[in-house]
Design a protein around this ligand. Structure first.
Ligand SMILES: NC(=O)C1=CN([C@@H]2O[C@H](COP(=O)(O)OP(=O)(O)OC[C@H]3O[C@@H](n4cnc5c(N)ncnc54)[C@H](OP(=O)(O)O)[C@@H]3O)[C@@H](O)[C@H]2O)C=CC1
Ligand SMILES: N[C@@H](CC=O)C(=O)O
Length: 407
């Protein structure tokens, strides 16, 4: 039977969806497409509307919310759910901010909300957490969750591009957010990790509670150090659960070749899930871009048609959803011009070396300090592999300096 579809947004993701839907059976072509900017050039063979109400006037079975704006997306998604319509969204900022309310709207009005594209786009990680892992206790979830940051790091490491050049390319390819600061400062990863934690651990942490350090302060010293040690830097999101509670944070991390994230390049994302029964699983796929994200949206539509919805099986709805994170120290290399700043956050020190006006120190930092350090333009921190000794870092720094890679 033909289904009616209303589509909000015809940008990178909306066009990816449309391209895929056009190849399939006629029934998945939207009956109404609502966009924002009246002055944009559009394909002449597709009818567009600028009036959001037009989607609802068509009485849709499914609403696809693929827009960049969060507040307006909230209006569209809540209106659809209140009408009992099934919604597919790619909007991690919206979902991360409002998931508890959106879950409640599904429970009250009966519409479903699917959002595989919102976390690691092409990797069906949310569906897996909801199905495969339903009866399995998740111990840890780790991931490269931002295609743009990963693309930037790949271009810097593998092609010697500058940060600015690499970011421009990520924008041109449609990987970056409307405002790319959300990609490079880790905020986009925090949205995704927040969503994934709900499905993995049944707890809503809240994006602002997740300690986050992005890639925007990485300097040539850290890049040169990583290269001299034969390592790479990846922006890693990590959440772990033990008898004390949950810890979660996002931080650029030095990864060795034996680490499966080492080989994750360009706009690819990857997720490693460790659970009690299935133990270790590693997923890799495209985390950004028109077709992979459009395909994830299309996949959600097919799942919804087949009656699939999230059970939120890890959530205990009789208890509060929120969770306070543990604040356990993370072993890092910290770089700053201010020794006193380093001293104020670093404990269990292992190294303190000065190069060209910068202090490089190894020790532990509590994740609660990440956000404060992230906002301080001149500090960088990188998490370290357990087996990388402070002496090796010191040698690596000297080596990079001698090679003239550090100015
Ligand atoms: N790009 C990617 O790889 C991925 C993106 N996402 C998420 O998907 C969503 C869309 O991203 P993307 O396609 O890249 O963004 P784009 O900026 O390419 O496109 C956004 C689209 O939304 C439309 N739009 C904006 N505000 C409104 C509004 N109020 N009403 C109707 N339409 C509106 C724009 O209209 P107009 O054409 O008039 O400007 C445009 O068509 C975002 O939430 C993003 O975070 C998720 C995974 C991957
Ligand atoms: N800007 C995001 C798009 C997908 O979520 C990214 O780069 O990962």
């Amino acid at each position: 039977m033909t289904k009616r579809i209303g589509l909000f947004g015809f940008g990178v993701v909306g066009q990816g969806y449309y391209q895929i839907a056009k190849k399939q059976k006629e029934q998945w072509i939207p009956d109404a497409i609502v966009v924002k900017n009246k002055f944009k050039r559009r394909p002449s063979d597709i009818k567009f509307s600028y009036n959001p109400q037009e989607v609802f006037d068509k009485n849709p079975d499914y609403v696809l919310e693929l827009i960049s704006n969060t507040e307006e997306a909230y209006q569209y998604v809540t209106e659809a759910l209140k009408r009992g319509i099934t919604v597919i969204s790619a909007n991690k900022k919206l979902l991360s901010a409002h998931l508890p309310e959106l879950i409640q709207l599904q429970r009250v009005f009966g519409g479903k909300l699917l959002y595989e594209a919102a976390a690691a786009a092409g990797i069906p990680v949310i569906t897996n957490l909801e199905t495969h892992f339903e009866e399995d206790d998740i111990i840890a979830l780790e991931g490269v969750l931002n295609g743009s940051s990963n693309y930037i790091l790949s271009r810097i490491f593998n092609n010697g591009l500058s940060f600015t050049e690499a970011l421009r390319l990520a924008q041109q390819k449609g990987f970056a957010e409307d405002d790319p600061k959300f990609d490079i400062n880790g905020s986009d990863v925090a949205s995704k990790l927040n969503i994934l934690c709900l499905h993995a651990f049944g707890k809503f942490i809240g994006e602002s509670q997740i300690p986050t350090f992005g890639i925007q302060h990485l300097g040539e010293e850290e890049i040169a150090l990583a290269k001299s040690l034969g390592l790479k830097i990846k922006l890693i999101a990590k959440a772990e659960k033990d008898y004390r509670g949950i810890s979660a944070f996002i931080i650029p991390t030095l990864v060795a070749e034996y680490n499966p994230f080492h080989g994750v390049e360009n706009e690819y994302n990857a997720v490693k899930i460790t659970s009690e029964h299935l133990q270790e699983q590693f997923y890799q796929g495209k985390g950004a871009g028109s077709l992979p994200t459009g395909a994830a949206v299309y996949g959600d539509l097919i799942k919804a048609k087949n009656g699939f919805g999230y059970n939120y099986s890890k959530v205990n709805f009789d208890k509060p959803l929120d969770e306070k994170l543990l604040n356990l120290g993370v072993r890092v290399l910290i770089k700053s011009k201010s020794e006193s700043l380093i001293e104020s956050v670093l404990f269990s020190p292992e190294l303190n070396q000065q190069i060209d006006g910068y202090h490089f120190a190894v020790g532990k930092v509590k994740p609660k300090n990440f956000n404060r350090l992230n906002e301080n333009g001149e500090v960088s921190i990188i998490a370290l592999p357990d087996d990388l000794r402070a002496e090796q870092i010191s040698e690596g720094l000297n080596c990079a300096q001698d090679a003239g890679e550090v100015v």
